[in-house]
Design a protein around this ligand. Structure first.
Ligand code: ATP
Length: 314
């Protein structure tokens, strides 16, 4: 007699936990922003780059859904249904038709509202962690579909590396380039900037001048292929920078201090107020970070490397 049904070893099964996931912050090496569309979004053309500034999310089995946290933004960030981690867990449970039961804990290093997509990073980490905890076995593409509903940067943060983002950032395609490590200094500001407010300021600034065509990332991509930090530095660009500077004029001092400290190039990260600086190598990055710290223009200056993989179980 043959055995009718044995356990299928390929079948994903619930995990006993804990599942720990590490997720990077993103910067935009190029951020081209098109005009405001009737649906309220701006058409984007961006080159995302994941750097070694990480949040860590741990998921344990539970009989309700709870969230605790430590680190950046603790005591400030709401841990209720508005939190992107809770929203990601609920969206995944609905998609997988399982109860949204988990005890989640966040160790946060990515500053809040910093233009580094920390909230989207946490949502991506939650999707990876809960998919494993609940034994759903979803593909990265399926998780990206759930993630895109939560935030435009979530699909990239599942993916990581360096990638082209189009649509409103949610359509991601990897950039195939020979592996090169780039060295960055991240100048963390006191307080955040609201992303919608920065886009509104950009629209206001643009109302005074004729609309510009949406800039493509060709120059940036060609520069990356040359693997020369000076060439890459000259190609970095962010259409949101004038708006971030208008709302937070002190950022000009940060950019100036980075230049004085010897950085190859500097720019506002996404919607700011974090500024990022390109360095030639790890030692140079340390010197630039020390110069920025000494200038007293930011809350902290830390070194980071990119590209990094997206949200991963560790
Ligand atoms: P982006 O560049 O993607 O617009 P950002 O880096 O400027 O984002 P985030 O830290 O991602 O800013 O978050 C912006 C806002 O999202 C926060 O001020 C907070 O109100 C809300 N939020 C919800 N959940 C989270 C989370 N887990 N981490 C951070 N922010 C969250």
């Amino acid at each position: 007699m043959t055995e009718a049904w044995g356990p299928d070893d390929d079948e994903p099964r619930p995990h006993h936990g804990p599942v720990k996931v590490r997720v990077p912050a993103k910067i935009n090496l190029h951020l081209g922003v098109g005009p405001l569309r009737p649906d309220g979004y701006h058409e984007l053309n961006t080159v995302y780059h994941a750097i070694s500034l990480f949040d860590e999310l741990t998921a344990r089995r539970g009989d309700t859904l709870t969230l605790t946290m430590e680190g950046e933004g603790a005591g400030e960030l709401e841990l209720d249904e508005s939190n992107l981690i809770i929203r990601a867990a609920r969206a995944l449970a609905a998609r997988g038709r399982v109860p949204a039961y988990a005890r989640l804990h966040l160790r946060k290093s990515i500053p809040l509202a910093g233009g580094l997509a920390g909230g989207s990073a946490d949502a991506a980490a939650t999707l990876i962690a809960c998919d494993m905890l609940w034994g759903l076995g979803m593909s990265r593409d399926e998780l990206a579909e759930v993630g895109a509903e939560l935030g435009s940067d979530v699909p990239f943060l599942l993916h990581g590396g360096t990638a082209l983002g189009t649509g409103h950032g949610e359509a991601v395609s990897p950039i195939l380039a020979r592996p090169t490590t780039w060295h960055w200094v991240v100048a963390i500001a006191d307080g955040g900037l609201s992303t919608p407010a920065v886009y509104r300021e950009l629209d206001r600034l643009r109302a005074a001048s004729p609309p510009e065509p949406l800039g493509g990332p060709d120059e940036l991509m060609a520069a990356m292929r040359q693997r020369d930090p000076k060439v890459l530095g000259a190609a970095l660009g962010n259409d949101l920078q004038p708006a971030a500077l208008a709302l937070r004029p002190q950022l000009a001092d940060v950019l100036h201090a980075g230049q004085e400290a010897g950085a190859i190039a500097g720019l506002v990260s996404g919607s700011g107020p974090t500024c990022v600086f390109l360095a030639a190598d790890a030692n140079h990055a340390q010197r630039v970070a020390a110069g920025l710290t000494e200038a007293g223009v930011c809350r902290a200056a830390v070194t980071a490397r990119g590209p990094q993989p997206g949200a991963r179980v560790i």
